[in-house]
Design a protein around this ligand. Structure first.
Ligand code: SAH
Length: 372
């Protein structure tokens, strides 16, 4: 590992941290890897798209962002068509989804002119991409490092593949309670390979956070838990000033055990402890925990439903047919392939792997695409 250390500045920094203060939690490790101010994965590079480490739904096809734009327009009318609405995107990547959504939103001119766009983005590199993608849009656009900085007001919030990038604590059940899973080095002085470990002391009262159904865990089970307040903040915001949020991600609908920390570099899986800061680290979203946190703030949860079902209900097939009618055979085949990728089930498509959760002001009633 030391031979590659010069190539991986974050690795050196984590070694120094461990040498000085002992093992760090998995959540701290993940946070450093993704958002360290100089060397974090999202801060220092552009990971998305054909040349990057992974491809997201908005990068697969314009249809995805367009349908999100139509969804937002429908939600805006359920909200009573307020004259001003904050259209907030969390983690907008290359800005593609917002660009496509704004184009589709023009179909409802009163909605389009009510929109103020707020992009919550931690990465200066991706912010630049967003500025380029959104050049010429005739709406006000503001950038923020955190949702807390977005002004109050009626809000429609969208987040695709954002929550999976928020740091996760891995809690390991042992006979005397739940312990934090840690990252340390083979030698206590910060040398040798990175290895997983377990904190010596249990975390006091963690049982209260684990869902009742999972309290009888066998020793060695891992429970993943996000300690950020994202779900609470979203719930509070949509209830306080009215509105709705759409969270699209991979994960489990019911809280369960398991280690889902994964690392992706060059479109393949790698070892999460190798090349910190140079590869993406994610963990599944616990949709049950997320919705319950938002519900505790008074929001109503809708779904989650599978992404494939959600997109079909919003009319992705008709949109694909319309796009194909003006094009040549090669482009038509590409549109069909994108449609399949976005909606197909199993491991080849995103249709069942990804879930869509709505969180809304209870006054809105049922939300498009998320009806039971
Ligand atoms: N939604 C985009 C990008 C997904 S990648 C798409 O679907 O293509 C995750 C995005 O979240 C990136 O833009 C990343 O820079 C941003 N991000 C990750 N952690 C963040 C944090 N803590 N605060 C704000 N943005 C963050």
């Amino acid at each position: 590992m030391t031979a590659s250390a010069d190539l991986v500045p974050l690795e050196n920094e984590i070694r120094r941290l461990i040498a000085a203060a002992g093992p760090i939690t998995v959540a701290h490790y993940m946070e450093l890897c993704l958002t360290h101010p100089q060397h974090g994965y999202y801060v220092s590079q552009d990971p998305i798209g054909a040349g990057g480490d992974f491809i997201t739904a908005p990068e697969v096809s314009q249809m995805f962002g367009e349908l999100i734009g139509l969804w937002a327009a429908a939600v805006w009318s359920l909200m009573g068509s307020p004259q001003a609405v904050n259209l907030i995107e969390l983690g907008p990547g290359r800005g593609t989804m917002m660009r496509d959504a704004l184009r589709a939103a023009r179909v409802t001119p009163a909605f389009h002119s009510a929109i103020g766009v707020h992009l919550v983005e931690i990465s200066p590199v991706l912010e630049q991409h967003q500025r380029t993608a959104l050049t010429g849009e005739r709406v006000d656009i503001a950038w923020h490092r955190s949702l807390d900085n977005v002004p109050d007001g009626p809000a429609i919030i969208v987040a695709n593949e954002f929550v999976d990038a928020l740091p996760v604590h891995q809690m390991v059940k042992q006979d005397d309670g739940w312990h934090e899973r840690t990252v340390s080095t083979v030698s206590a002085g910060g040398g040798g390979e990175f290895v997983f470990g377990v904190s010596r002391e249990p975390v006091a009262h963690f049982d209260r956070i684990v869902p009742t159904s999972l309290r009888e865990a066998a020793a060695g089970e891992i429970f993943e838990w996000r300690s950020d307040n994202m779900a609470f903040d979203i719930g509070r915001r949509v209830v306080r000033a009215g509105g709705a949020a759409l969270v699209i991600d991979y994960g489990h609908v019911i809280s369960s055990f398991g280690d889902t920390l994964q690392s992706v570099g060059g479109h393949g899986f790698t070892d999460p402890l190798i090349a910190p800061g140079l590869v993406d680290l994610t963990a599944h979203v616990d949709f049950q925990a997320f919705r319950q946190a938002a519900e505790s703030m008074g929001a109503r949860a809708h779904g989650p439903v599978d992404q494939g079902a959600f997109l079909r209900r919003l009319g992705i097939e008709a949109r694909a047919t319309a796009l194909k009618s003006n094009t040549d055979l090669d482009s038509a085949a590409r549109i069909d392939a994108a449609l399949a990728r976005l909606t197909a089930s199993g491991r080849t498509g995103m249709g069942t792997m990804f879930k869509v959760l709505g969180l809304a002001d209870p006054k809105l009633g049922s939300l498009p695409g998320l009806e039971n």
